[in-house]
Design a protein around this ligand. Structure first.
Ligand SMILES: *Cc1c(COP(=O)(O)O)cnc(C)c1O
Length: 360
């Protein structure tokens, strides 16, 4: 068996310890004679799995008691619709557009009400986070929406927008559990888990309880009404049992490794290895303004599309997978999520230095 260094943006690398544990459990989970994929979601065995997963993420993120944790399907993209359907009482919301995912979310919200674009970084191909300290926020907005870490462009909010008292909704898909956050500053925090937490097909939504009501937009499907899911503890229908189980194992791995403070420190050290190299390189260049850099997704270019392609191909041959940039931006992108060991980034940087020597 040989594992590669996987820099995929998502689905992405998972901790090897977790994969091994899942493999061991595969034929016979805790003596029940079947795998988690084969058991009833109404069984005691699975009930323990989902309850423990919830308790562990609550402990990791220090989630206040007045927030519900929902394990939902449909990916982060389905929440692009669920957010306005559940929250747009005045049919007006503010969106800060810092990349493709925020743009898609805003476009979806436009189907349900008025969308005010409060700020955007489209003018410089989303290479920075705009100043959000004094936005034109009015109190008739139902919520202010951000995508906290821009997976494609590699930017991250290092300070939350001042929403002037309006509820904040944040898509944290690609920075989920990468560092501590203060949940009480948000109305809704949600993320698809396939970037930094688990397998695809599960989105975890952390929602302040007072926002979970029957007062949703006309025509909201039963499944997209948060209250349906909350009233049924995420078991209104069959949930993604397998993904919930794997996330549960990842939560335990995070807790065992010091929780989110420790993870943040590790992620900062890891990202610094790559950013420090990029900052001194004569061939490779980071594409993001330093103050807006993400610890999770690091895009870079040589400035020459042919050389970029050569680099991606040679890197792949050397065991560094999925370094090609997003199809809409080109160049390269290294996603260095929680489960990427620092050693993987150090080896990548060595490889980049070699490549630079040979190609300049
Ligand atoms: C990947 C991604 C999405 C889309 O996730 P799906 O689960 O595929 O719908 C949304 N937002 C962000 C920030 C992402 O990185």
């Amino acid at each position: 068996m040989s594992r590669v260094y996987n820099f995929s943006a998502g689905p992405a690398v998972l901790p090897e310890e977790v994969l091994k544990e899942a493999a061991e459990d595969m034929m016979d989970y805790k003596g029940c004679g079947m795998s988690v994929m084969e058991m009833s979601h109404r069984s005691k065995m699975f009930d323990d799995i989902i309850k423990e997963a919830e308790a562990d993420i609550r402990s990791l993120m220090n989630i206040p008691d007045n927030y519900k944790v929902l394990f939902l399907q449909g990916g982060a993209s389905q929440q692009f619709s669920a957010v306005p359907m559940n929250l747009m009482k005045n049919k007006k919301a503010g969106y800060i557009v810092t990349g493709q995912w925020a743009k898609k979310a805003a476009q979806e919200a436009k189907r349900y009400g008025e969308v005010v674009e409060l700020a955007s970084s489209a003018d410089k191909t989303f290479s920075y986070i705009p100043d959000c300290s004094d936005l034109a926020i009015t109190d008739d907005l139902d919520y202010v929406y951000i995508c906290e870490n821009n997976t494609i462009y590699g930017t991250h909010y290092h300070e939350l927008p001042d929403t002037k008292g309006v509820d904040l909704v944040s898509d944290v898909s690609s920075c989920f559990l990468s560092e501590p956050i203060d949940v009480s500053k948000y109305a809704v925090v949600y993320g698809g888990v396939q970037k930094n937490v688990g397998p695809a097909g599960l989105v975890i939504a952390i929602i302040r309880e007072d926002l979970i009501t029957d007062d949703v937009l006309e025509g909201t499907p039963t499944m997209l009404k948060w209250k349906t899911q909350a009233d049924n503890d995420s078991l209104y229908n069959t949930p993604n049992c397998w993904a919930i189980y794997i996330c549960g194992l990842v939560f335990k791995w995070l807790l065992k490794n010091g929780g989110l403070e420790a993870m943040k420190k590790r992620n900062e050290e890891k990202a610094a290895v790559l950013y420090d190299f990029l900052d001194q390189s004569k061939l490779f260049k980071g594409t993001v303004e330093p103050a807006s850099r993400s610890l999770m997704n690091v895009p870079f270019v040589t400035g020459d599309a042919d050389l970029d392609a050569k680099f991606v191909a040679e890197a792949k041959a050397a065991g560094f997978e999925n370094l090609k940039g997003h199809r809409t931006v080109g160049g390269m992108r290294a996603s260095i999520y929680n489960a990427m060991p620092k050693e993987g980034v150090e080896k990548l940087v060595e490889f980049m230095a070699e490549f630079e020597k040979k190609n300049s």
